[in-house]
Design a protein around this ligand. Structure first.
Ligand SMILES: [Ca+2]
Length: 246
């Protein structure tokens, strides 16, 4: 019935005890015992996490739930945000690679020289132009969330917090509208930069998004970066992020 499967794989369902349903999966030998919780109670996985391993990418770690009000300058740590694909936390160290197949396949890129505060930030790669991931497809229409570069966190917005807002500073240097960005709250699009033109030369700019309709809720906020397969600039950078009262 399964002529290509090793004999051991065929025997594993018979040998397995209850707890994993007898399913055979890659890396099964590395899994913790069935009683070990895989996710802490205050953490939940990305909604698109399940799609990542199939594409050969590492599992995204669980998303931590923060409680508003908070402010993150990303100087000492990553703020417990989670980034997939090109998103990196740290200091800018831009040393663009060169050559016809290098991410920076042109000279029109202007990375920040420092964070909006200090030197720490999140960015779609901190040492090179962003990757030609070819996940931009249709500008302004995000048809496939699974292949985006996603920066994510969850936030509990207490009912006692008046006029809650998401604020952050961004440095935007990408090739509209082949490359574009959007911000989502519980997968509702609350901001898109997908047409027109960006500030030239790029500079740190403040964004502010009203979260009043989410008062009293715990929501997941995600920053989505989409890149075409050609002409990459330095990228999208986020610093000094807060959810607080305006
Ligand atoms: Ca900073």
């Amino acid at each position: 019935m399964f002529p290509r499967l090793p004999l051991l794989l065929l025997l594993l369902p018979l040998l397995a005890c209850s707890g994993n349903g007898g399913q055979v999966q890659d890396g099964a030998a590395d899994l913790p015992p069935p009683d070990t919780p895989l996710v802490r109670l205050d953490q939940q996985p990305l909604p698109f996490e399940a799609g990542l391993p199939d594409q050969g990418l590492p599992d995204a770690p669980p998303v931590t739930t923060l409680t508003a009000p908070f402010f993150l300058d990303f100087e000492q740590d990553d703020g417990r945000l989670v980034g997939t694909r090109d998103w990196e936390w740290g200091q800018i160290d831009f040393q663009p690679s060169t050559g016809p197949n290098a991410p920076c396949d042109n000279a029109s890129y202007t990375p920040p020289t420092a964070g909006h505060s200090g030197t720490g930030m999140w960015g779609t790669k901190l040492n090179d132009c962003y990757s030609p991931l070819d996940n931009a497809k249709s500008p302004c229409s995000n048809e496939n969330l699974i292949d985006d570069s996603v920066l994510a966190f969850k936030v509990k917005i207490p009912a006692t917090l008046p006029n809650p807002r998401l604020t952050y500073w961004e440095w935007s240097d990408y090739f509209l509208d082949f490359d574009w960005t959007e911000v989502r709250v519980d997968n509702d699009v609350v901001q898109q930069v997908c047409s027109g033109s960006l500030t030239t030369p790029p500079t740190w700019e403040k964004r502010s998004i009203d979260l009043k309709s989410y008062t009293g809720a715990t929501v997941e906020i995600t920053f989505h970066f989409m890149a075409s397969s050609v002409i990459n600039y330095s990228g999208w950078y986020i610093d000094d992020l807060a959810v607080n009262s305006d």
